[in-house]
Write a protein that binds this ligand. Sequence first.
Ligand SMILES: *[C@@H]1O[C@H](CO)[C@@H](O)[C@H](O)[C@H]1NC(C)=O
Ligand SMILES: *[C@@H]1O[C@H](CO)[C@@H](O)[C@H](O)[C@H]1NC(C)=O
Ligand SMILES: *[C@@H]1O[C@H](CO)[C@@H](O)[C@H](O)[C@H]1NC(C)=O
Length: 539
Amino acid sequence: MKFLTLISVASTIATSYADWQYRTRPDLSPIELNITIPATDDKVSPGFLFAAPFSGYDQDNTHGPRQPGAYIFTDKGELVWSGFSYFANWQANFQASRINGENVLFAFEGTHNPGYGHGHGHITILNNRYETIKELRAGNHRISDKHEFHVKDEKTGLIQIYHPVPKDLSDYGASADQQWIVDAKFQELDLRTRKVLFEWSSLDHVSPHDSVLPINPWQAGSGYNSSDAWDYFHINSVDKDENGDYLISARNAAAIYKINGTDGSIIWKLGGLPGKTSSNFKVKGKPLTFSFQHHARFLSTSDDGSKQVFSFYDNSAHGTEDHRGHEVHYSDQSSGKIVEVNTETNEATLLAQYDPPRGHNLLSKSQGSTQVLSNGNVLVNWGSEGAVTEYTADGTPVFHAYFGTGELGKHVENYRAFKFDWHGYPAEAIALHSDISPEGDTIAYVSWNGDTETSYWKFYSIDKVSERQLLGKVPRQGFETKFKIEGETHSKLVVEAYNDQHRFLASSDVVVSEEQVEEKRVDTKAKFQHYFAWLANKD
Ligand SMILES: *[C@@H]1O[C@H](CO)[C@@H](O)[C@H](O)[C@H]1NC(C)=O
Ligand SMILES: *[C@@H]1O[C@H](CO)[C@@H](O)[C@H](O)[C@H]1NC(C)=O
Ligand SMILES: *[C@@H]1O[C@H](CO)[C@@H](O)[C@H](O)[C@H]1NC(C)=O
């Protein structure tokens, strides 16, 4: 009896939930941004928000996004593109970029192991019609990891690999059974030929003694077999400067390194935990510590090369993503940081730090990114906390959002977030839907997943085969535009998209209006609460 009731509740919700989002796309259930600091155009940087939110609890999946995947949003929280189903499996590091003159999107897609913080897969590249044009894997028969893919000068790609190798680890506190270690590698690939131009291997240059994550029998990565190899170094970002040298973030060494692009030697190391990590620099000015950091990016180099500025995300915490593992905290909160190193004076200076906005307590034990935007603003993505903040350069928060609302916002994580200028011309057809209300009005809805160009829509009635009657020219309202023609019943409609230069972009197929016998829309949010209450009580 109880069983039957539950089935009927669940099926009602499935249909009403889809309607609740978009009439034209009942199949899409994108995340809703919970914006706690709304963006105002004069303060935020231009561009769209790119993210790939997912559930932090892979096992039971209660909850997190209904459709985890790559998304493009406006900073007003309006959906631009749902990439759900475009990339397969688990996705991360979703970005816009330019390769050999072509504007592209890319993301990592593959498997995800939250316990070990590893992902195995490849990079998938889409064109500006959202069509797959290339898959990219690491060279030299190595499996690519999820953490990094970064395009340099439109021509090459930086990619990263966790390569397990057997090794005698008795010097590092391991028992005779613990013999596997992760050799953290990165490669630079020619994006046209896929040739490996450079490969670097951590075990050639960095001793396992430099790890701040000791080999412990009780944690993931304790060296018992190749899939449990000790991840002593953990490269999670790679960048390259004008001189051809590399910048890597090694999370489990709590350090950022500059690597010679000719011979692979370490040019310098900035250690983040004084007393625990070695460093080539002493800190000048404000205190500077960091650990388990992510996403180090070169920002500038002085003319003589002695000073370099870079940004990164300082987690200052470590732990597995499912809360079951061991946690280490070196601060109460994570932050975005900008640092200058001077190789003449051997000093490191903290130039700027972006703390969570007041009232937002954010300490992420995994993931995260810091992007310095073209107007000097800074976008900080709080990794396992599932949130993103934009700041002006002086540190004033001008936008903050969580990736999800209500129950669906729980346990959402997002590896990296970015803001990019982007122009999308979808290969998908325009979605048009038309209802006839009981009063005889025609209510039309239109959307075009991924379109950034449409400025207004022209709706036509084609009730009589020979004529098209223009019903109205309607400014684009967001992802979905609604147009109500009161007191007129039109059984067949078509819609055309125009850009702000009045150029015709595309036309929909002809759709036949659906008669709405009565207003069936229920209070879906109330139904949802009921469903979640049932989920919560079901054990
Ligand atoms: C590898 O070692 C881990 C940790 O001891 C263990 O949980 C896992 O089952 C092992 N896997 C295989 C394939 O032996
Ligand atoms: C990098 O290595 C090459 C070859 O060993 C050397 O000539 C060059 O000076 C090094 N660059 C830096 C910045 O140390
Ligand atoms: C949005 O986030 C705030 C801060 O965490 C929370 O208090 C609020 O309930 C959230 N709103 C929704 C609709 O999820």
